[in-house]
Ligand binder design. Sequence first.
Ligand SMILES: [Zn+2]
Length: 138
Amino acid sequence: MKRLFSKEELKGFHKMLLDHRKALAGDVNHLEDTALRNQKDNAATHDISNFADLGTDYHEQELSIGLIENSEGTLRAIDAALLKIENGTYGYCEGIDDEDAEEEQEPHPIKKNRLKALPWARCCITCQRLMEQSAERL
Ligand SMILES: [Zn+2]
């Protein structure tokens, strides 16, 4: 498989991925802390005057746990992208253009603009749309 990017370009993507990873990892820890602290606070609260606040606390807790899940999905995608930089397959789409094709297809590249906007993208925009469409049909 031929390399799609120069060393400098790969370095740039590598840095972008690491920066995002760091930011996300920081966010996840912060959110986990908040969620855990809320749980502790709620458990320690027996005072009836605090009952009115519990609703919003629980709501916020669910909200931060949702954010953690989303960030972890992105973290996994970032790790996968970093691995692809290492093994030289970065920039190739993981999707398949034509599901009905009988022969194995050559991997096709993701457009550079898409990677610059979303360095951990696993598929080109065409495959992404195809997947979304088939997900909607289910
Ligand atoms: Zn594709």
